[in-house]
Design a protein around this ligand. Sequence first.
Ligand code: SF4
Length: 329
Amino acid sequence: MPYMACTVSEPKSSLPLLKVLIAAPRGFCAGVDRAIQIVELALERFGAPVYVRHEIVHNRFVVERLRSLGAIFVDELDEVPDDRPVVFSAHGVPKSVPAAAQARNLTYVDATCPLVSKVHRQAERLIEEGRHILFIGHAGHPEVIGTFGQVPEGSITLVETVGDVEQLQLADSANLAFLTQTTLSVDDTMAIVEALKRRFPSIRAPRSEDICYATSNRQAAVKAIAPECDRMLVIGAPNSSNSLRLAEVAERIGVPARLIEHAADIDWQWLGEPKTVGITAGASAPEVLVREVVDALRTRFDVREEVADHIAERMIFKLPRELVSERAA
Ligand code: SF4
């Protein structure tokens, strides 16, 4: 789909001319926005400190800002004192985590993205139907750990590549279903799904796509601008799955891409003297980091900035009732 370019500014300068194409949509998705608001509202409601199990979203800038407001990030629940509230991250948690919080009478708020929760419910239903689940995802990612923790051990198997599909050894291949992590590469996942369907023709597919709207839209936006770009800068954390996928998408189109956390990470030698640079940001990267990167480019180039509006996003997720009603009271 073509994008609608909108020129934002055209400063005059003796510096080399550089067109900066900013992908849209980019940056915060509705799930990240909601998770951050949940921590902010929990701080308002309970006062500081509020504990957060794991990084609320995969972005250091976001985590540091919330820390400065009074959030304390911990790896495990046993680091949370009995008298303080705890928030679970947007990636979702195994069932054992809220169960352990309840056993200790802890106050907890679950910031799991509703689109991740939807995958959790799908997994439970498939197990109730007596199916074994093949889960397409990345080993060790918190979302994968959370989804595996919704169902009995041994009832779900991780598949990361087409090669994994070929090597699967299953005791019973008659009652299979597959689900996917929400932040995967659309193209890679399609290839794995095709391999699954080839090897297990009766495998049950999810009713609708599990790769979330934000992941798909950000990848499509990169595909739309990449053919015009000499270099692509992807703003996001090295442990952010959806950000890593954006860099891969650009590279596959033949555009050298770098994942950077902020402007200070720009490798000027690698960047060289391009005519056009694309910029995008993963779903957990705030817009302020995009502006910092553009400002850094302005120190060396005469920047002509265009926002490449590709797909409009209007998704908003409801906040947990206990936090919103308390605020309205
Ligand atoms: S990337 Fe998708 S699944 Fe993850 S928090 Fe955002 S909307 Fe939810």
